[in-house]
Design a protein around this ligand. Structure first.
Ligand code: LLP
Length: 387
């Protein structure tokens, strides 16, 4: 079985001194992930990091230093990216419901591109840009009707999903664009879902994108940019064996199947694949409560710190790092302190016999962990520590 070097006895001793629960980030792993991604993307592919996965400034600084751009889905994310030093010209802004305030902010910042999700939004951006006497760069977010075969809450590219512009609207979009003087179409944008493990899904996406791209080019529209979104999945079951995603295979697939024009730039918006594995939620065992059929391990972290298991029935590997080398002893339902039965990190998890005070790591929690934390039950805001 693979064990992480991160949880050495010296490190566990260090972690033990800190008030739980908290997120512990492994910056060495993040750096290595960024360097592998950079090598795999080369100069051919432009990666914008999806801030929604984790927008902590210390992590953003590393991502910025590695040379990536930013993908934002709110005005506050745009502002965070700017505050952290991302070039405005590297920022893309998506979202099905951008408010006027958010559009103003992004227009004032002269961001690289708005990923526009509806005809109604096109008209609003045009009107607000006109007030400022500006021309906004826009990409049409297309809903290509490609199944991502992932959890239904994180599938975004099907006709039934609220995202993007559908192919049956294309003629109308072109007619509308023709009449708008303050938006300039520069690209097409696609994002079909998250935690996509089967690379064939991206092949299907490429085939659809090829058709749609050709259609727009044949209409004489200048599509300089193709943005394929994010969605590349990670290995939640084996976070140590597969700590870094195979970025080479991912990009090779686009080399093989995406038929872009030579002049077109290709963009991606990866979040999870960059940041998930370097984050661990560290918690302490408060109580062990043995039942007739079920042993409960009650932690001081709950769905307020990491909501993914409760919301998506997501699997996260759970380890007792106080007894890291011990062989498994018994099965626990690992639960939090929140007054909800959905506040459960894992059922029948095989762990060493554990005691009050043991440190528990919930792995692969760097993406959509801290950013989705909340203060339900008036819990303290979860803290972060960097190693
Ligand atoms: N681009 C757009 C337009 C997106 O909506 C997303 C994610 C991404 C890029 C980044 O996707 P990634 O590479 O991280 O898969 N909270 C859920 C995930 C929601 C994803 C939302 N959109 C979870 O915890 O699994």
């Amino acid at each position: 079985m693979h064990k992480s070097d991160f949880f050495s006895p010296a490190r566990v001793n260090q972690l033990q001194q800190i008030e739980t629960p908290y997120y512990a980030y492994d910056l060495a792993l993040l750096n290595e992930t960024l360097s592998q991604l950079k090598n795999a993307a080369g100069s051919k592919y432009h990666v914008h990091y999806a801030l929604k996965a984790n927008a902590h400034p210390q992590l953003l600084n590393k991502i910025l230093a590695a040379g990536f751009g930013a993908d934002c889905v709110s005005g506050n994310e745009v502002q965070r990216a700017i505050d952290c030093g991302f070039k405005n010209s590297s920022i893309v802004f998506a979202g099905v419901g951008k408010s006027d305030k958010e559009i103003h902010l992004a227009l004032d910042a002269d961001i690289f591109c708005f990923n526009v999700e509806s005809i109604a939004e096109l008209n609003v951006i045009d009107a607000l840009a006109e007030q400022k006497n500006k021309i906004a760069n826009i990409a049409l977010r297309i809903n290509p009707n490609v199944d991502a075969y992932t959890h239904k809450y994180i599938t975004t590219g099907l006709e039934e999903n609220k995202f993007g512009i559908n192919p049956y609207e294309f003629e109308e979009v072109i007619a509308v664009l023709d009449g708008l003087k303050h938006v300039q179409l520069i690209g097409l944008h696609f994002h079909i879902g998250s935690q996509i493990k089967d690379l064939n899904v991206f092949k299907n996406l490429c085939l659809k994108v090829n058709d749609i791209n050709r259609w727009f080019l044949q209409k004489g529209l200048k599509i300089q940019h193709l943005n394929l979104g994010g969605g590349l999945g990670i290995d939640y079951a084996e976070p140590d064996k597969n700590a870094i995603v195979d970025f080479n295979s991912f990009f090779r697939l686009f080399d093989d199947f995406l038929k872009a024009e030579k002049s077109q730039q290709i963009h991606f918006e990866l979040g999870r694949a960059i940041i998930a594995q370097c984050g661990h939620l560290v918690s302490r065992v408060l109580y062990i409560k043995n039942g007739i059929n079920t042993n409960f391990m009650i932690l001081d972290a709950g769905m307020t710190e990491l909501i993914r298991p409760a919301l998506y029935q997501a699997f996260h590997k759970i380890e007792n790092i106080s007894r890291y080398q011990a062989t498994a002893g018994t099965k626990y339902d690992v639960v939090g302190p929140i007054c909800e039965s959905s506040d459960c990190f894992g059922k029948s998890v095989l762990l060493p016999f554990s005691e009050r005070g043991d440190l528990i790591a919930i792995r692969s929690a760097g993406a959509y962990g801290e950013v989705m934390s909340n203060r339900y039950n008036l819990r303290d805001q979860v803290q972060s520590h960097f190693f």
